[in-house]
Ligand binder design. Sequence first.
Ligand code: O7E
Length: 207
Amino acid sequence: MNRIIFALDVYDYNEALSLSRELSNDVFAIKVNWPLVMNNGISIVKEISRYSNVICDFKIADIDNTNRLITEKARENNAWGIITHSFTGRRSLKAVVSAAGDMKVFSLVSMSQESFIDNYTDDLVKMSMEENVYGLVAPGNRIDILRHIRSMSGDLKIIAPGIGAQGGGITDAIMAGADYVIIGRSIYSDPEPLKKVKSLNEILGDD
Ligand code: O7E
């Protein structure tokens, strides 16, 4: 069992593929964000899905129809999961959930940096639960907020960024209720990414 979601925030095609191949057995999923897709196109999602679960972090935050169009592209390219904002409201969130099919939908309810979303977190958690998302994105470096979100969100999966480069501790985040931790720079900027992942898994007691 692995609880690390690797944030593959690089531009380069060869680097992305080689990191995906190298780390896929030791992470739960690989999160793909705009930098990689902007440089390589959406088909990079399908390529990486040959090695790992892929979560498309497209930070979807638009009207229902545009959300649907973006979600369908992720699905077409074999994504395992998709991350959407929820502050855009119920109609937008519904569009993602309905277009996602079997893909897991994660709704962001609080960021790893202070933001205006903090004023609405409770409402966003409630709405996300009512709309049957699979999980939430909550900050792994703001432990009180993470703990609060965990207490509200039943058995929804929580994935938590903010570990390492943004100051959060991996064990703290898991203890506060994260099911998975999202980690980017601390892994891909390390001279030995695989060794780094293995050492993080060891800290968590995961193999
Ligand atoms: O700081 P790093 O390098 O470990 O990377 C963290 C990753 O999580 C990076 O891809 C960033 O875009 C993402 N993230 C946050 O850091 N904070 C958030 O609040 C939310 C996300 C995220 O995944 O956004 C989903 C909308």
